[in-house]
Design a protein around this ligand. Sequence first.
Ligand code: ITT
Length: 186
Amino acid sequence: MITFITGNNHKVEEAENIFQKFNIELEHIDLGYTEPQGTLEEVAIAGAKYAAGKLNKPVIVEDAGLFIKVLDWFPGTYSSYVQDTIGNQGILKLMNGISNTKDRYAEFRSVIGYCAPNIEPKIFLGELSGSIVLEEKGDKGFAFDPLFYVPEKDKTFGELTTNEKSQFSHRRNSLELFVNWYKSNR
Ligand code: ITT
């Protein structure tokens, strides 16, 4: 059994979907822990270490973000704050005048931090390439999902169900790396 520490229920839903496929039981706890500012990797390591110590059991945490090339990879590690302040419309405004899909390149990144009592934390990075659409599309998912276009699917994350998204998302990629490692090392 793995405990996923997060305050984001959308993440839990996506993770449950993925863990089911790998036959690993997942529980969810919201520790209400305040993340330090730093790279995704630093935040994931600090969070996993803190939670494993506090709960005295194996845990995973995730730090994720949207990285937009033409904005110098903003909002990146500020994704959560930016979503809560300027939101999707604010991002679209910042990209006003950039009409070429190639110039609207973006990546979602997800870092899973794993830690257990008396072991050092480990991290697993998952990424997904796409682009930012000209206006929001779709009402599924959460946060930046209606902005993020996936060329292979010809759809935004906002147009996909949780089940569809979790087949190939940045979160799927990081969790799959984690699960493969976990199955052969636990
Ligand atoms: P935690 O409790 O797990 O920290 P959180 O929502 O604060 O939940 P993060 O710190 O990882 O999550 O912040 C990442 C932000 O990036 C998140 O709030 C969203 O705004 C955005 N984000 C991350 N993954 C996303 C996804 O799959 N779809 C849309 N937006 C996403």
